[in-house]
Design a protein around this ligand. Structure first.
Ligand code: BGC
Length: 252
């Protein structure tokens, strides 16, 4: 049987999980989704993660995403999550609460790794940047297929603030911007990313990548820009790749 792990994507509105075949990147069962608790404190999130795992009903190691910088297993930032996460050793927290082997990774890094292995980035060497557009802006930077973790390009300074406060998908919604107006903001942001990193490929992820025909035609930068192909499942699949296991995993 193929090696598998559970992937759990902890997002601002939902906590989603499924068992994943690590060789093919396919979900081995329907995904389970439970609303993110409010406030999403570490203890409350750990409870919901346990309920998700119970519903999946599968053994094995677990990989989890968080929308935060994770360095040495410790959560370092909390731009869009409960401030109570800062300083928490997330591997210890979830390891204790689930009683399993766990790995924890930044959400955009997970989605990026999934796209590199199984989606839009497959076979691309050189410099690849995945940009996830959602509540905030996340990023994953790859050089020759290797992840440079916690790149946090959503916090590049732009227009007197963080880029994500001006160009995220949530801003398009809250300011009721037309697709064209928002695409202009995205163009300004991607020009900045392009000028600083000169990537060969930029992959646009996040839920909005499903509607890429509405904004990608307005984007023109030196890098090739393509929509993500794994859509909703990239976070779960990428999380599973970071679960501690012996098969084809996060190291390559
Ligand atoms: C966080 C990143 C995260 C991104 C997308 C940003 O505000 O700083 O860590 O990847 O949002 O969720």
């Amino acid at each position: 049987m193929a090696e598998q792990a559970i992937g759990i994507d902890v997002g601002g509105t939902g906590i989603k999980g499924a068992p994943v075949d690590l060789a093919s990147g396919e979900l081995l069962a329907d995904r389970v989704r439970i609303e993110t608790p409010k406030p999403a404190t570490p203890a409350a999130v750990a409870d919901v993660v346990n309920r998700v795992i119970d519903q999946i009903g599968d053994g094995g190691p677990v990989g989890l995403t968080l929308p935060a910088v994770i360095r040495g297993n410790v959560v370092r930032t909390a731009a869009n999550i409960d401030p109570g996460w800062i300083g928490i050793d997330a591997v210890e927290l979830f390891g204790t609460s689930t009683g399993r082997l766990v790995g924890v990774v930044n959400d955009a890094d997970a989605a990026g790794l999934a796209e590199m292995r199984f989606g839009a980035g497959r076979g691309t060497n050189g410099v690849v940047i995945m940009i996830t557009l959602g509540t905030g802006i996340g990023s994953a930077l790859f050089v020759g297929g290797t992840l440079v973790p916690n790149s946090e390009l959503g916090h590049l300074p732009l227009r007197d603030g963080d880029a994500e406060e001006w160009a995220a998908e949530s801003i398009r919604e809250s300011e009721d911007l037309s697709w064209k107006k928002w695409a202009h903001r995205l163009q300004t942001y991607l020009e900045l990313v392009d000028r600083l990193f000169w990537p060969d490929l930029i992959i646009i992820g996040g839920g909005v990548s499903k509607k890429s025909e509405k904004f990608l035609p307005h984007i023109d930068v030196a890098a090739r820009v393509v929509p993500a192909t794994m859509l909703n499942n990239a976070g779960i699949v990428g999380a599973a790749l970071f679960a501690p296991h012996t098969g084809p995993g996060a190291s390559g």
